[in-house]
Design a protein around this ligand. Structure first.
Ligand code: FAE
Length: 540
């Protein structure tokens, strides 16, 4: 990994490693029996979750000199396994791939209808989770860095007019002038060299999809990424260990990716004010009589057994457990009466960002190449089409063989939203999203790709999404958004309604749809919240 780290970031990485070592040692010392919570550990500020929203909160709190504890249910991904790598490979996944599963659950289930993609694995706190609800499942990252550990790294700035439509009370000039640039710079966003893109075998697949779009009269656009493209070129030259060029992405990149543990979180630890506890899942939040917050968290071991139940206290509480995690924590607190004054809109306004995955079969002369980089760098941009707005990421399908498949993740302007409800029988949440709501995304994606197929005399692939010749994968999303929407469940800066010194900084603030991949916006909004909170709420 050659991504440049600042001295503070290097200190931070060293601290992460020490914390992990200590964490695992402590875990081994405890019996598998869960204990009752006893002592309350306290910190002025606690952050739940270490994805984008949590990483921004931790860094800015640490820089402000506020001692901060981050609680993360996943593990720290820094120690190599027996095979010498931190993350397992995509072609031969093991327990490190998925969160406590007996078998992997990859987005593409089959190839030529054959069950050749998924593998049996041993349960372990792996890096990718697929959370199942009735008619929708949600992919999320687990570990220090959250979704940044497993995602495609696409750092896309939304169209300003649509951002303003979704966030009418947020000053867009300030977002586009200050917070988006700040987020891009902190995340290490870079762009692929155009000449290399045009010539390398590794992006033949994207050029072939671009040609099909151009034949349809559609516009394509380059998309920035946090994967280090200079490193990728060295991979191609054979002078650096391959990661993006070795099929790595959804189960973690061993090299090249500027995930949050290398950027925001390393800097946060470098402040000396931030500690991250791993394998600790917050279960309950309540408010003490003095107005401070008390959290109950289960510490698990690598078998998933609860080895300790802990209580934490804090003055400032930042929820950054992701759209699903934060919404569940708040809904449970409202419905069980531990935070009864939470707004009625908590749990509402959730959407899939209109996600649909699909693939086309190219003609034999339109090859995609045996070599495909896992890092997407291009999208079909038809968002300005008022009749059917779609932004479709040109996605890789690296198998090491020519397969003539063009894969896409379409982001459609689906207006459908769903709500979560608390289920006392499981102490969890149910999601009211229906298959009919997914059908709205499918019909929009179909409209666009029918045009592309007609213009190119091509057809869809029917063999990739499981038995039954499913063409449109509409039963999962990579982009869960909403549940605690900005300006509804919170004020305009993520302060949760009904309680002081309680904040949300993650994807649950985004009202269900953004039109582009969401992490840059989540990061920029979190920067905006932290700037306001630190200037107004934490003064002595
Ligand atoms: P997130 O990153 O999910 O972090 C939440 C963290 O909280 C996780 O580490 C959880 O383990 C932890 N957590 C949850 N509950 C608890 C609890 N009770 N106690 C303690 N910890 C908890 O949230 N987006 C893009 O913009 N570009 C892409 O290219 C892209 N590709 C993607 C590919 C895949 C396969 C996936 C799954 C997602 C992709 N995304 C992409 C989405 C992006 O990763 C996602 O929007 C962000 O990670 C969401 O950030 P949050 O801070 O909301």
């Amino acid at each position: 990994m050659t991504t440049n780290l600042t001295r503070r970031q290097i200190l931070g990485v060293a601290a992460l490693q020490t914390a992990a070592a200590l964490g695992f040692t402590r875990i081994n010392l405890h019996s598998a029996q869960a204990a009752e919570p006893d002592a309350v550990d306290s910190a002025p500020a606690i952050v739940i979750g270490s994805g984008y929203g949590g990483a921004v909160a931790a860094l800015r709190l640490g820089q402000a000199g506020i001692r901060t504890l981050v609680l993360e249910m996943g593990r720290l991904w820094n120690n190599p396994g027996p095979d010498g790598t931190v993350f397992c490979s995509t072609s031969a996944p093991d327990g490190r791939s998925m969160w406590f599963r007996n078998r992997t659950e990859a987005p593409l289930a089959t190839f030529l209808w054959l069950d050749v993609v998924n593998r049996d694995i041993s349960p372990y706190p792996g890096v990718l989770d697929r959370v199942h609800f009735d008619a929708m499942s949600v992919y999320v990252g687990r570990g220090v860095g959250g979704g940044s550990l497993v995602n495609g790294g696409m750092a896309v700035t939304p169209v300003q007019s649509y951002f303003s439509e979704q966030f009418p009370t947020v000053d867009a000039t300030e977002m586009y002038g200050t917070y988006f640039p700040r987020a891009r710079s902190m995340l290490g966003v870079n762009t692929i060299d155009r000449a290399w893109f045009e010539s390398t075998e590794w992006y033949r697949f994207a050029r072939t999809s671009r040609k099909a779009a151009a034949n349809t009269g559609l516009k394509t656009t380059f998309v920035p990424n946090v994967y280090d493209f200079a490193y990728m070129r060295r991979e191609a030259d054979g002078t650096a260990t391959r990661s993006a060029l070795a099929g790595e992405v959804i189960y973690g990149n061993n090299h090249g990716k500027r995930s949050l543990d290398k950027t925001y979180l390393a800097s946060a630890l470098g402040t000396g004010n931030v500690t991250i506890n791993t394998l600790e899942r917050v279960r309950e939040i309540r408010r003490a009589a003095d107005g401070t917050y008390v959290l109950t968290a289960d510490r698990i071991d690598v078998t998933g057994a609860v080895v300790e139940t802990k209580q934490y206290g804090c003055t400032y509480l930042f929820l950054a457990a992701g759209s699903i995690g934060t919404t569940e924590l708040l809904l449970r607190a409202r419905e069980k009466g531990t935070l009864p004054a939470l707004d009625a809109s908590v749990g509402t306004g959730w959407g899939t960002n209109g996600n649909v995955m699909l693939a086309r079969a190219n003609h034999v002369w339109d090859t995609v190449g045996a070599d495909e980089s896992t890092i997407p760098v291009m999208g079909i941009d038809d968002w300005a089409n008022a009749d059917n707005p779609v932004f479709a990421e040109i996605a890789p399908l690296p198998t090491g063989l020519e397969h003539w498949v063009s894969l896409y993740l379409a982001i459609t302007k689906n207006p459908q939203r769903a709500s979560f409800t608390y289920d006392p029988s499981t102490d969890g949440v149910k999601l009211g999203w229906s298959a009919a709501q997914s059908a709205v995304s499918v019909s929009m994606a179909k409209k666009l790709f029918d045009r592309i197929n007609t213009a190119n005399s091509t057809i869809y692939r029917y063999d990739l999404f499981g038995a039954g010749s499913k063409v449109f994968a509409d039963d999962f999303t990579y982009h869960p958004l909403g549940g605690c929407v900005l300006g509804r469940a919170t004020d305009d800066h993520g302060r949760v309604k009904g309680y002081s010194r309680l904040y949300v900084t993650d994807g649950s603030l985004v009202p269900g749809n953004l039109g582009v991949n969401p992490f840059l916006t989540i990061t920029a909004l979190a920067e905006r919240t932290m700037a306001r909170v630190l200037s107004e709420d934490t003064a002595p």
